[in-house]
Design a protein around this ligand. Structure first.
Ligand code: FMN
Length: 334
């Protein structure tokens, strides 16, 4: 858990990741507030190896709420850069997840691969080919801004029923053009985004994609699809897969500690690519088991890090890990 991991030009000091978690605390125009400064800064002081900032919208209409962080305008760069500086001063590597909510976005300007609504949401507009190209361009511009803000890692949000996932899953993509039908066609939108992002995001910096491994529904995405997609992403130069699940449509999910770890394990082994495992990982024992058995390269703790920003320090109570300012509080010290 405390062995550093080198990925491209980043050395992540330990294997604990703070996964992207929306804080619904930006201004209505998507700017950073004091909430973000304190919230992310505290996890950096708490020794988290890799902090991935919450879903940050590549287009204003693609926000998941009206208080999401934005990266759709150059004026967002300054506040994001401040968060990078705050966290890196304490040793964390700082990444950002960039996102588009598609048919699950906030507001009434909903877009999707097909005019199929998410339950209790309006029917989205099915994107035309030229509109798809415009959306891809917004991801490219977002990557340029992420680089300008100084992030060390970029994550493309392709999970949880948002726009890219809507293209990937046959349950939400019923297109008959080159963006629908076979898995190869359903993957096209994601691959075009990866290429667009890579044209701005430096090759030497790590690029990550978050996928929902399964839809938990008949006719939806399967783990075999996810392994196949991950293989293609690896060949394209993606460095790190973050494996979550669900979110496309309501489904029954059996929750238990580490319930998504087998998906991360399947991707790591099947696509031979580093992975992050996430989902109800709360104890150092479970985190260490996952890492020691080579089931994933990183473990992400979401709600546990909301409950306890000092989880990492408590897992390793020594001078090497703790900020010197807190030394007198190390258990066993006077
Ligand atoms: C408050 C909150 C906000 C979240 N926002 C995002 C998000 O912006 N992007 C994302 O990919 N996942 C998001 N998630 C999912 C988490 O990243 C994580 O996958 C999930 O909470 C499961 O991990 P856990 O059991 O350790 O909390 C969010 C979860 C929570 C609790």
């Amino acid at each position: 858990m405390f062995t550093p991991f080198e990925i491209k030009n980043a050395t992540i000091p330990n294997r604990i990741v703070m996964p992207p978690m929306c804080m619904y605390s930006a201004t209505e125009d998507g700017y950073v507030t004091n909430w973000h400064r304190v919230h992310y800064g505290a996890r950096a002081v708490g020794g988290v190896g890799l902090i991935i900032l919450e879903a940050t919208a590549v287009e204003k209409r693609g926000r998941l709420s009206n208080r999401d962080l934005g990266i759709w305008d150059d004026s967002h760069i300054e506040g994001l850069a401040e968060l990078v500086d705050l966290c890196k001063a304490h040793g964390s590597v700082v990444g950002i997840q960039i996102a588009h909510g598609g048919r699950k976005s906030w507001g009434d300007d909903l877009v999707a691969p097909s005019a199929l609504a998410f339950p209790d949401q309006a029917v989205p507009h099915a994107l035309s080919i030229s509109e798809i190209q415009d959306v891809v361009e917004s991801w490219r511009q977002a990557a340029r801004r992420a680089e300008a803000a100084g992030f060390k890692l970029l994550q493309i949000h392709a999970a949880h029923g948002y726009l890219i996932h809507e293209f990937l899953s046959p349950l939400s993509n019923q297109r008959t053009d080159e963006y629908g039908g076979s898995l190869e066609n359903r993957m096209r939108f994601l691959l075009e985004i990866v290429e667009a992002v890579q044209s701005e995001w430096p090759q030497k910096k790590p690029l990550s994609v978050r996928l929902s491994a399964v839809d938990y529904l008949e006719g939806g995405l399967t783990i075999e699809d996810t392994v196949a997609i991950s293989r293609v992403l690896k060949a394209k130069g993606v460095d790190l897969m973050d494996i979550s699940s669900g979110g496309l449509l309501p489904a029954r999910i059996e929750l238990a500690p580490g319930y998504q770890v087998p998906f991360a394990e399947a991707v790591k082994k099947g696509a031979e690519i580093p992975t992050i495992a996430v989902g109800l990982i709360t104890t150092p024992e479970l985190a260490q088991e996952i890492l020691s058995n080579g089931r994933a390269d990183f473990v992400a703790l979401g709600r546990e890090l909301l409950r306890n920003p000092y989880w990492v320090l408590q897992a390793k109570p020594d001078q090497e890990t703790w900020p010197w300012q807190y030394e007198r509080a190390i258990p066993g010290k006077q």
